[in-house]
Design a protein around this ligand. Structure first.
Ligand SMILES: NC(=O)c1ccc[n+]([C@@H]2O[C@H](COP(=O)([O-])OP(=O)(O)OC[C@H]3O[C@@H](n4cnc5c(N)ncnc54)[C@H](O)[C@@H]3O)[C@@H](O)[C@H]2O)c1
Length: 372
């Protein structure tokens, strides 16, 4: 069995938070939801390099994970890590505007699989550099829009794709509370909308939260967590396949992440915090009785959750590794990646379209778009 040599750049909690220390007497250790915890669950991976500009982050990494990977070395320069550590797999967990240089350098250094944090980048030029480098070097790239590895979203999509509710017409997506920042958290919301719309955007119109009505037509933050530099937004996205999406990612409401998927004969409401998906389906009207929509009685049911062995970051990392292994064998992977670089670029292009529309007076912005 090949042991994959992995590295992580950027070492905050989402990258390498401490492993849960006290096991449950029945269920054992819980798994942390971060990149290091994901790697720790995969037997044929060893983390050999960890890199952060800040020395304390490196020290924390060794303290939290040194016992698990005694071979691991820490670096403050990702280029030195790429030159010395001979990595097969890399996690890119730096701020959003610092993904591109690292991904490109990793491709050039011979890394075979990259799990890059969301959003893919903050400009289309950077996203395109990432995609071009991965294509040129045959590198497997996956973007960590985390919900793509949660079972409930897949089950909802399976039901929609089955046609049992009729064609998908409309998506109403809500994210509220102070974390409803476009690039920080609403990127998850927009990406989840794309996951269901299954089409490219045709055009977008938007209105940023009042606190950011004068925001420029490009991302103006520092790739980090400051709500002052990352706006909330309301937007209407029309997809090429006719699906309409209403995106409400506003900071001034009750914190929640919900999607309502309206189909011709029913709807699914997914509440991300409870993990519940409620299906409302029109019962068939009595034969010969009245109009199909008006006379039908709705039936409600909760979509049962399927038991799964993995989820979240571990599932994303396992998927990257399985694609790297299939490529090395000269085989096609068993199934397509659930979150490709192109998916990440599509989501970024909507975030940027939202900024451009607002900046130009809430006008209709038609795709394809370029950086402004
Ligand atoms: N998928 C999720 O749910 C989720 C959750 C949190 C954060 N994220 C993403 O993870 C990434 C990191 O987020 P964060 O909140 O930890 O950011 P952050 O800005 O708090 O920290 C990132 C770390 O990267 C380090 N860093 C920056 N540039 C570097 C470089 N060139 N080389 C080495 N280290 C460098 C910083 O010193 C810092 O320790 C972002 O892209 C963010 O959007 C994703």
């Amino acid at each position: 069995m090949k042991i994959h040599r992995a590295g992580i750049v950027g070492l905050t909690g989402i990258a390498a938070g401490a492993p849960p220390s006290i096991p449950d007497p029945v269920f054992g250790h819980a798994h942390g939801d971060n990149h290091a915890s994901g790697y720790a669950q995969i037997p044929n991976v060893t983390v050999v390099g960890a890199c952060d500009l800040v020395l304390e982050r490196n020290a924390e990494f060794l303290q939290n994970w040194g016992h698990r990977w005694p071979e691991a070395r820490t670096y403050t320069d990702f280029r030195m890590m790429l030159a010395e550590a001979h990595l097969d797999i890399l996690s890119v967990v730096t701020p959003d505007h610092r993904h591109a240089d690292i991904v490109v350098a990793a491709c050039e250094a011979g890394v075979k699989g990259i799990y890059c944090e969301k959003p893919i980048a903050t400009t289309l030029a950077d996203a395109d550099r990432i995609l071009a480098a991965c294509r040129a070097h045959g590198v497997v790239l996956s973007i960590d829009h985390t919900r793509r590895w949660r079972q409930i979203w897949h089950q909802a999509r399976v039901l929609i794709r089955s046609g049992a509710l009729g064609p998908l017409r409309r998506i109403v997506a809500t994210l509220a509370g102070p974390r409803a920042m476009l690039f920080r958290n609403a990127t998850h919301l927009v990406d989840t909308v794309n996951f269901f719309a299954e089409s490219d955007p045709a055009w977008v119109m938007s209105d940023l939260d009042d606190t950011h009505s004068n925001y420029p037509p490009r991302y103006a933050g520092d790739g980090g967590r400051d709500p002052a530099t990352d706006p909330g937004a309301s937007a209407y996205v029309r997809y090429e396949n006719g699906v309409r999406a209403f995106i409400c990612a506003n900071k001034d409401g009750l914190a929640r992440f919900e999607l309502r998927l309206d189909c011709e004969h029913g709807r699914i409401s997914v509440d991300d915090s409870s993990g519940a998906a409620e299906v409302t389906q029109l019962a068939r009207p009595a034969p010969g009785g009245g109009d199909a929509q008006g006379d039908a009685r709705p039936v409600k049911w909760l979509l049962p959750t399927a038991p799964v062995a993995t989820g979240g970051l571990e599932a994303g990392l396992r998927e990257v590794i399985s694609h790297v292994e299939a490529t090395a064998r000269g085989e096609s992977p068993a199934s397509p990646l659930v979150s490709t670089g192109e998916d990440g670029r599509r989501t970024l292009s909507i975030l940027l379209g939202i900024l451009q529309s607002n900046h130009r007076g809430n006008v209709k912005v038609t795709y394809p778009i370029a950086d402004m």
